[in-house]
Design a protein around this ligand. Structure first.
Ligand code: NAD
Length: 485
């Protein structure tokens, strides 16, 4: 058996090695055909203890290194993973369902984020306040928090992990990561490769298992000082309650229902492309996907036609098949959820333009496929407007003007991102100012940049990943008053 298989089957990676345990087996299913193809052992409470103890032990050595040395090690280990990207791509596709192309993009983005933070290691600074009293200076030190629990969902298992690993490790913390119970394989192998590349044992450990078991054991572990969570709002709220015990630090990157607004003066073809790409990428399973479109009446027919044409052209197929542009949804349950939301919205008055169910292709019958769906004018209190739709279904509403679009956009519990398409700078400025969310793209596809902080408001959570700002969430700032003796 290769070490790779051994790590995958062991189900945990602790102190630089596969950790064999007796936990319940978790079947891992290929979303393209609905068939389980392997299983991993889920972590027991003892495994979570061992992983946290390993991270705690490693903390002293890791946090004691020069910051630039930590950056250097991270950059080197990221290069080591990059050399194995061809091995990771099909593994990610097999367990997650996304196309091979999207797996490669995801893995490259994950490594870019690690490299970005490795580079920022030389820019990590505290503050200095000279002469705050006669003969007295003030300093603000940045200190790492200790052991970070990193809990990640299944839609982007590696980028969402690296968004946490980059700033956490460079700031001097050590990590216990818990991937989703349905996508542990790429994470286990990825972290094993980081260790092979020179990351010290215990700096990053992995435990697998379900949220209520391994996840809660990690969140409530007394030696975990911070929980960095990405996932649904419901789970985020549960984790927030659990993290109150022990007064733990918390970052919550939660659900979204991002609007895209098209004004009458926009470049309509580009806006339609951004809407289609933003909604259907990763089969609609992205927190920052475009989930609602509001288009000003005078250009609505043209925009609807452009988006619909794009949706109809998308090739749905197995992630590992040549030419596929959209893979299956991740689980049967996810497909049921999306299908239910579409049905309720149609029953409440929405008009179906295309899609609305699984594709006809008999070759896809066993997988969790769902056709790209466009719907017009569902009720403003329908699931398409009020819930997060985590799949390839896009509602479009006509609005009077930008003002109505902004009001409708803000009438959501979520506040992750938004986009606005207009040639009018004044409208763009007004929208950026008024839209209640953490990120606004103007005339731009919904791409996340390492340089800029990312994170939501309202039910989309709090705290920032990306940007230098992420360091604030992985460090304590300690004030020191210094007076000559
Ligand atoms: P989820 O909340 O069910 O699970 C996410 C992770 O939390 C998994 O690892 C799961 O095992 C774990 N978990 C579940 N219950 C737990 C508990 N009680 N204690 C500790 N851990 C627990 O989310 P999901 O449905 O798997 O993922 C999709 C959601 O993630 C969507 O809502 C999406 O918008 C959100 N998301 C947000 C962002 C962002 O950056 N804001 C990015 C990607 C996905």
């Amino acid at each position: 058996m290769s070490t790779q298989q051994a790590t995958a089957e062991a189900g945990a990676f602790i102190h630089g090695a596969a950790h064999h345990n007796g936990g319940e087996p978790l079947p891992i299913t290929n979303p393209a055909d609905g068939r389980p193809f392997t299983e991993v052992a889920s972590a027991t409470p003892g495994d979570v203890d061992a992983a946290v103890a390993s991270a705690r032990e490693a903390f002293e050595g890791w946090s004691g290194l020069a910051v630039s040395k930590r950056g250097e090690i991270l950059a080197k280990t990221a290069r080591g993973v990059r050399a194995h990207i061809d091995e990771l791509v099909p593994l990610l596709t097999r367990e997650q369902g996304k196309t091979l192309r999207d797996s490669r993009i995801e893995l490259r983005r994950a490594l870019e984020t690690l490299e970005h933070y490795a580079g920022l290691s030389k820019a990590l600074r505290g503050a200095f306040a000279p002469q705050i009293d006669p003969g007295t200076d003030g300093m603000v030190l940045r200190r790492p928090l200790g052991v970070v629990g990193a809990i990640v969902p299944w839609n982007f298992p590696t980028t969402l992990l690296c968004n946490k690993l980059g700033p956490a490790l460079v700031a001097g913390n050590t990590v216990v990561a818990k991937p989703a119970d349905t996508t542990p394989l790429t994470t286990l192998r990825f972290v094993e490769l980081l260790a092979d590349g020179g990351l010290p044992p215990g700096a990053v450990n992995v435990v697998t298992g379900t949220g209520p078991d391994a996840g809660e054991a990690l969140v409530t572990h007394p030696d975990v000082r911070k929980v960095a969570f990405t996932g649904s709002t419901r789970t985020g709220e549960r984790i927030m309650a659990l993290a109150a015990g022990g007064t733990k630090r918390l970052t919550l990157e939660l659900g979204g229902s991002d609007p895209l607004i098209v004004c009458e003066d926009a470049d309509l073809a580009k806006a339609a492309s951004a809407a289609s790409m933003g909604r259907f990428y990763n089969c609609g399973q992205a927190c920052l996907a475009v989930k609602r479109v509001y288009v000003v009446e005078s250009v609505a027919d043209e925009v609807i036609e452009l988006i619909t044409a794009k949706a109809k052209r998308l090739r749905v197929g197995r992630g590992d098949a040549e030419g596929s542009q959209i893979g299956p949804l991740h689980t049967a349950r996810q497909r049921e959820l999306v299908a239910g939301q579409v049905e309720r919205a149609l029953a409440g008055g929405g008009q179906l333009v295309c899609g609305g169910g699984p594709p006809d292709d008999p070759e896809l019958a066993d997988g969790f496929f769902y056709s790209p769906t466009v719907m017009l004018e569902p009720a403003h209190d329908s699931p398409m407007a009020t819930e997060e739709v985590f799949g390839p279904a896009l509602p479009i509403w006509r609005v009077r003007d930008l003002d109505e679009a902004i009001e409708r956009s803000n009438a959501s519990q979520y506040g992750l991102g938004s986009s606005v398409w207009t040639a009018d700078l004044e409208k763009a400025r007004e929208a950026a100012e008024r839209l209640e969310c953490g990120y606004t793209w103007i005339n731009s596809p919904t791409k996340v940049y390492d340089e800029l902080p990312f994170g939501g408001v309202k039910s989309s959570g709090f705290g920032k990943e990306h940007g230098e700002e992420a360091f604030d969430h992985y460090t304590d700032q300690k004030s020191v008053v210094l007076r000559g003796g």
